[in-house]
Design a binder for this molecule. Structure first.
Ligand code: GLN
Length: 458
């Protein structure tokens, strides 16, 4: 990562990033650019450098935050109408830690509203365009962040991954995207989607940048009691010998060029002396169904706070309180948000709880056990991130089930809490990036990043 010094100033780095953001304006990457604030922060860092004072490990590095991180510049909208006009009262822990090392947020990036989606087409502000093909989706929900890094506007960007929202857009745009172990990075100050699967992570161009960001951002936070101890910086790099591949993922629903890319990586690993282990993981075929019960249930609960009284947008001209709630939620949420609220309340309702939510919770336990058993047979698992490369804008937007199927290879990691790193693995004949996903046991994040360098060379 290029940090500021006496010759290349923070002001220069930030101005370059802002210029590029303007150059790519029609990609609809940013929901807000903080030009004035970013340049002021840059000037402060330059003054420190000029005075010979100590600066942080990310001094003057411009970055972008997904617009569901709270920080006091612009409104935190989560790309939803219902949050417009909501100024952040606090700064998310992850953003604060990056800023403490001198990194400079230049703006907020577009997402599927409340991070519900796999294409960034569910945004109130319209879709973000793919970095490699403007007729295709950016992936989602963190589409804006992925494209901002892929187009070299910023060195890195933050994302959230509840079921694939970092890994899938990373793979659609040819960059690295990490969903860390659940609890590795504090969720404090990030708009909640599904609290038991939400993870904070990053998009970068290189594994080394990812490692540095993880060293900085991970660790215990008294404001998020689900955070783990600071294991990341004490992680031993394990000896990696065996790589697992999941038999069931090698089928016709996966794009042939992606299957080919996975096979080629496996061959290359074999020739370097690694052993490839075939894994039977039969519970994974239920992961998507369990995810789309558990996650909407948590969404319905987390979104109940948006009532037109406490946050952002309020529908005027309502008679009485109930109408105010109903109109605000009707006008403020996107159709996909409403679909999930309906599903979530349905599966939690007294008549259906046992049949849906409880059963999904049991499936989740099976999946956790299946990963634990798999990691007795291999060190890491290598899979596709998604069944296909970036698809056409509009192709799946009216077919929610087709959109949910996008997530079939990513959601099980969130249900199990294990880390997954999306790595670039070449391009299709049409020039679309292909991504593969390296999966490890809980707390193996550092080793995963380290091993991705072996894969990069392979
Ligand atoms: N695409 C998945 C969903 O819509 C994942 C979203 C996410 O990770 N935020 O639920």
């Amino acid at each position: 990562m290029k940090t500021a010094n006496k010759t290349v100033t923070a002001t220069r780095l930030v101005q370059d990033a802002l210029d590029k953001a303007h150059e790519f304006e029609d990609y609809n990457i940013f929901t807000f650019l903080d030009e004035k604030g970013a340049l002021e922060k840059a000037a402060e860092i330059d003054a420190k450098i000029a005075a010979g004072e100590k600066v942080g490990r990310l001094a003057g590095v411009p970055f972008a935050i997904k617009d569901n991180f709270l920080a006091p510049f612009g409104d935190t909208t989560a790309s939803a109408h219902i949050l417009q006009g909501f100024p952040s009262p606090i700064t998310a822990t992850a953003v604060a830690k990056l800023e403490a090392e001198g990194a400079i947020p230049i703006g907020r990036t577009n997402l599927d509203a409340f991070a519900h989606g796999s294409s960034t087409e569910n945004s109130y502000f319209g879709p973000t365009l793919n970095s490699h093909d403007r007729e295709r989706v950016a992936g989602g929900s963190s589409g804006g962040s992925a494209v901002a890094v892929a187009l070299n506007i910023v060195e890195f960007a933050t994302g959230t991954d509840t079921g694939g929202s970092i890994r899938q857009p990373a793979s659609f745009n040819g960059v690295y995207g990490l969903k860390p172990t659940y609890g590795c990075i504090s969720r404090y100050g990030v708009v909640a989607m599904a609290s038991s699967t939400d993870c904070i992570g990053f998009f970068t161009k290189t594994p080394d940048d990812m490692d540095l960001l993880m060293e900085i951002a991970s660790g215990k936070d008294s404001k998020d009691l689900t955070t783990l101890d600071d294991y990341y910086n004490n992680n031993k790099i394990a000896n990696v010998n065996k790589i697992g591949v999941i038999k069931d993922f090698d089928n016709d629903s996966v794009d042939p060029e992606i299957r080919e890319a996975l096979k080629n990586k496996c061959e290359a690993l074999k020739s370097k002396g690694y052993e490839i282990v075939e894994l039977e993981m039969p519970a994974l075929k239920y992961a998507l169904a369990a995810y789309y019960i558990i996650v909407p249930a948590e969404i319905a609960s987390n979104l109940s706070r948006y009532d037109g009284v406490r946050y952002g947008f309020r529908s005027e001209n309502s008679k009485g309180l109930n109408e105010l709630y109903a109109n605000t939620r009707d006008e403020g949420f996107m159709p996909e948000n409403k679909r999930r609220i309906m599903i979530g309340n349905f599966v939690l309702s007294s008549g259906f709880y046992d049949a849906y939510f409880l059963k999904a919770a049991k499936v989740r336990t099976l999946i956790i056990k299946e990963y634990a058993a798999a990691f007795l047979k291999c060190d890491f698992i290598l899979t596709p991130v998604a069944p296909n490369p970036a698809f056409k804008l509009g192709e799946k937007v009216n077919d929610p089930v087709a959109m949910y199927l996008e997530d079939m290879m990513s959601v099980s990691l969130n249900l199990a809490g294990v880390p997954g790193l999306a790595i670039p693995a070449g391009e299709t004949k049409n020039g679309l990036p292909i991504g593969l996903q390296l999966v490890g046991p809980r707390r193996s994040d550092k080793a995963l990043i380290e091993f991705s360098k072996v894969l990069e060379e392979a």
